[in-house]
Design a protein around this ligand. Structure first.
Ligand code: SF4
Ligand code: SF4
Length: 306
């Protein structure tokens, strides 16, 4: 079978399984991206995310992470959900965290796709990843032609927007490779202008992760620094602003994943109910959710900072 036929079959199967996008790159050292990562770390833009500095060699080279690999399959899985929290004054939750933990949901799909690849192409070695290992996911997605990295530093697709998770299969199968697409940010600066903590560089394409609300409300274990008081824009877990203002997200379509449908109870919580949330309400609202990562105390900390 020709390489182009293999790649076409894999992409067709990925879409059948519910992935939004699929592109493929040759597995190799990411030279330019390694320099960018070094610069980002040197500026301490990773804050307390010390894991970002770990495994540098694996992060910039998939052949170190998965010895013998030939190809990186990049996949996107839609989480766009137009449902809004009923109380517009309620502390906000990033849309990706509305439903069940994406790690489990997307990993299941990845395993299905990889099992199919092995059935179809023989004894293939490889690994699946969803935000689960040192991988420059956005850079691989860009190389694989499933979007460009916008000034907000997120992957954007001209028809699908950016409300999707990224995932990868790194495997020892030769495939036909895709080319990156153009950058369509143009002269737009909406995300830079709208970011309430000035986390995005004035020229875009660079983020001070240590100022981002997602970092402050999810990754940061200490108290949120006082300089951010009044700048968190009522977000208690994550932040969607630089996606909400991006004109390319006007094309986003609702996801089709039952596991991502938010509980009515979650959407109906009022501001007062969030403020008075007990451990047992937290456990019931966020059962199986990625929000459990902050733990009850973390979410309470975030709510009381608003
Ligand atoms: S997620 Fe929010 S805080 Fe972070 S860069 Fe985007 S707009 Fe700024
Ligand atoms: S808001 Fe504008 S500048 Fe920012 S990522 Fe979207 S298109 Fe690019």
């Amino acid at each position: 079978m020709q390489l182009s036929d293999r790649s076409a079959l894999i992409k067709e199967k990925a879409i059948d399984l519910g992935f939004l996008l699929c592109g493929i790159s040759k597995a190799q050292y990411l030279e330019k991206e390694a320099a960018n990562l070094e610069h980002w770390l040197a500026q301490n833009y990773h804050g307390e995310m010390s894991y970002m500095a770990n495994h540098f060699d694996k992060r910039v080279d998939p052949t170190v992470l998965v010895p013998g690999c030939k190809s990186v399959i990049s996949l996107a899985y839609n989480y766009f959900n137009p449902s809004l929290q009923a109380d517009k004054d309620a502390p906000k939750l990033s849309m990706y965290a509305y439903g069940k933990d994406y790690h489990k949901v997307v990993r299941k799909k990845l395993n299905q796709l990889f099992a199919w690849i092995k059935e179809t192409f023989g004894d293939i070695d490889g690994r699946v990843f969803v935000d689960s290992a040192p991988i420059l996911e956005r850079d691989w997605a860009k190389k694989s032609g499933i979007g460009w990295i916008g000034k907000n530093t997120l992957l954007i697709h001209p028809q699908k927007g950016s409300f999707f998770f990224l995932a990868e299969i790194i495997l020892d199968l030769d495939l036909e490779y895709d080319n990156p697409m153009s950058d369509y940010c143009g002269t737009c600066t909406r995300c830079i202008d709208a970011c309430p903590t000035d986390a995005i560089d004035a020229h875009g394409y660079l983020m001070d992760g240590s100022k981002c609300i997602s970092y402050l409300t999810i990754e940061l274990k200490d108290e949120i620094p006082a300089e951010f008081k009044g700048k968190i824009d009522n977000w208690m877990f994550g932040c969607d602003i630089c996606q909400q203002v991006c004109p390319w997200n006007r094309f986003s379509k609702p996801h089709n994943e039952a596991e991502f449908i938010p509980k009515e109870d979650l959407l109906n919580m009022t501001k007062e109910e969030w403020q008075n949330m007990t451990q047992s309400t937290f456990n019931s609202i966020f059962e199986g959710s990625a929000v459990k990562r902050t733990k009850y105390e973390g979410l309470k900390r975030n709510i009381s900072f608003l």
